[in-house]
Design a protein around this ligand. Structure first.
Ligand SMILES: [Zn+2]
Ligand SMILES: [Zn+2]
Length: 262
């Protein structure tokens, strides 16, 4: 970048792009216990960051660490000792620069060439310098990859494996999913350091009109083609996607596919 050679700028753009990827993956490591296995294949930094922000809304925010001795329990310390500030790669920086850098790594599209649009090397250089300056600050942070949170844990009611969920500050209701079996829960902060896990189950009825016996599967278990044998009438029920239509005019009774007994 410092050579001043415009032709070499694209190599700087490539290195900067890879640096942004590495920083995002490093950040994800701080959340590895909470990162959904279904997202392991995700590599685009913006998508990875979106997953992190879903886990912790402050994942891309700078933070300062300080400690002090409380005069008494729960009372604010008179003197705080700073451990420094951590600057992290933010979603807004990724949005602003990552794709734009990528555009420098391709040959100009034919339509742009025809329109007489050339690569603006000055703009490219300014952008690369901006990003390099920003990344330098991130890498020079005295605090690295910190994350603090309040967690609620239970053993999954379906498979028994532990389900651990970060409770974002100021949010008193969130969703948790068991990474082992997919069962989901609504987690509520009920105060006094307690959280309540409510199994995310739904009420389904046997589609036999004369029976309608209810079952309570996990929401994650419901998918087209999944079914059950009714304990009461012995009939088979299959979940299907369907659109029911009622023609305009005097109400005509049309059975929806969901109501049809299989
Ligand atoms: Zn489970
Ligand atoms: Zn039934």
């Amino acid at each position: 970048m410092e050579s001043g050679d415009a032709e070499r700028l694209k190599y700087a753009a490539l290195e900067l792009r890879m640096a942004m990827e590495s920083l995002t993956y490093d950040r994800a490591l701080a959340y590895k216990e909470e990162f959904p296995p279904a997202e392991y294949e995700t590599w685009q930094p913006r998508k990875v960051m979106a997953v992190l922000l879903d886990i912790d809304p402050t994942a891309d925010k700078d933070s300062s660490l300080a400690f002090g001795i409380e005069p008494s329990y729960g009372e604010k310390p008179d003197v705080m000792h700073s451990l420094g500030t951590e600057k992290v790669l933010s979603m807004s920086t990724l949005k602003k620069h990552y794709d734009a850098l990528g555009s420098y790594l391709h040959v100009l599209a034919m339509s742009r060439r025809r329109a007489g649009i050339a690569i603006n090397y000055d703009k490219m250089r300014t952008r690369c310098e901006d990003i390099a300056g920003y990344l330098r600050e991130v890498l020079a942070s005295p605090v690295w990859n910190s994350t603090f949170g309040t967690f609620a844990t239970i053993d999954c009611q379906k498979c028994g494996k532990p389900v651990r969920k970060r409770l974002p500050q100021g949010v008193d209701c969130t969703k948790a999913t068991c990474f082992e079996c997919g069962a989901s829960y609504v987690v509520r902060d009920v105060g006094e350091n307690q959280a309540h896990f409510e199994p995310d189950q739904v009420e389904l009825h046997c589609a036999n009109n004369g029976c309608e016996t209810a079952i309570y599967p996990w929401r994650s278990e419901i998918a087209p083609g999944v079914g059950w044998t009714c304990d009461v009438c012995g009939g088979e029920n299959i979940v299907q996607l369907g659109i029911s239509h009622t023609p305009k005019g005097p109400a005509a009774a049309v059975a929806s596919p969901a109501e049809a007994h299989e």
